[in-house]
Design a protein around this ligand. Structure first.
Ligand code: NAP
Length: 294
């Protein structure tokens, strides 16, 4: 059985795509229902009815997929992890950085892996999950024992028929996504606009260059591949143009009154700056402004 912790948008997408009968959601302690039913609107074709059972712990679990928000992940894993054998691979799907390291540090002997995905899913109404964008998923090990389970974890995820790759340097992949999120998400939330509109806004134009300067210094200090501030800005703006009409997850969270993942994006960069003695006033300002919106 493949277990999924976090029956939200991304968790429901994976549950719908993995073979029926081989996937179950990890129940919260208070969960009493036997199964979760919802509709999946695929990229093409009619809506599909999906029924996913809540996990029965007596069944052996080959993989634990974690699709909680970054800020919930350690607290969600802590009460349930002892119920899984110590060699069950755990694949973390959180955006940003910081939460993955916390899991790997808390359970260093477990096979912990991280994934980054460009698949998109959302839930515009209760009972409906939309597969909003086709993408790819990269998975790599965070702990020593995670390396042993990489090939098998990728094979299990690929049963979904979504595109999944093994990635030897997952941290670098997570950093590349962090750069983009750090340069787009907070601006779209603060300016309350789709991704492409930030590019002409005076607030963005004032802060993007010093922001990229901070990120470039932090990447060097973290022993990531050196990238100039200009190259980072180009990468951010290429994605902002390509996704011009999209609403970022951070803007969507603010509009829906949900907590954002700012602490694991610009907030993570602020904490890293404190560790390395690098000033991060722009990341700090963006983090504070997004928190005020909450
Ligand atoms: P989401 O819809 O908010 O789903 C998170 C789910 O986790 C919710 O159903 C939540 O339940 C559940 N949860 C929270 N605490 C829990 C606990 N202690 N035990 C069990 N379940 C718990 O978020 P999402 O959009 O799926 O995103 C999940 C993660 O994937 C985020 O880090 C996001 O950045 C990343 N991601 C998402 C997408 C996407 O397209 N959605 C794409 C790439 C990456 P409640 O609702 O009851 O609190």
């Amino acid at each position: 059985m493949i277990a999924i912790l976090g029956a939200g948008s991304l968790g429901r997408l994976w549950a719908a795509k993995l073979p029926a009968g081989q996937v179950a959601f990890v129940p919260r302690p208070e969960q009493s229902a036997k199964q979760l039913a919802y509709k999946l609107r695929p990229l093409q074709g009619p809506d599909e009815q999906v029924i996913v059972p809540w996990l029965d712990y007596s069944q052996p679990t080959s993989l634990l997929i974690v699709t909680t928000k970054a800020g919930d992940t350690v607290n969600a894993l802590a009460p349930i992890l002892a119920r899984f054998p110590s060699d069950t691979p755990i694949v973390l799907f959180q955006n940003g950085l910081g939460s993955q390291q916390r899991v790997a540090e808390t359970w260093p002997d477990r096979p912990v892996l991280a994934a980054t995905t460009t698949e998109g899913a959302n839930r515009p109404e209760a009972g409906l999950t939309i597969h909003a964008g086709q993408g790819e998923t990269w998975v790599g090990a965070l702990t020593t024992t995670g390396k042993i389970h990489l090939t098998n974890s990728v094979s299990l995820l690929a049963l979904s028929s979504l595109t999944v790759h093994a990635e030897q340097d997952i941290l670098s992949k997570l950093w590349q996504k962090l750069i983009i999120n750090a340069g787009i998400n907070a601006f779209t939330a603060i300016l309350n606009c789709p991704n492409g509109e930030i590019l002409a806004h005076p607030f963005y134009l004032q802060w993007i260059s010093p922001l990229c300067d901070e990120i470039s210094k932090l990447m060097s200090a973290s022993r990531q591949k050196e990238q100039s501030a200009k190259a980072i800005q180009n990468a951010i703006e290429t994605v902002a143009r390509r996704t011009a009409r999209n609403t970022s997850s951070m803007r969507a969270d603010i509009l829906a009154g949900r907590n954002t993942e700012i602490d694991f994006i610009n907030g993570y960069l602020v904490r890293l700056g404190q560790d390395y003695g690098i000033d991060t006033p722009v990341n700090q300002m963006l983090t504070e402004q997004v928190k005020q919106l909450n």
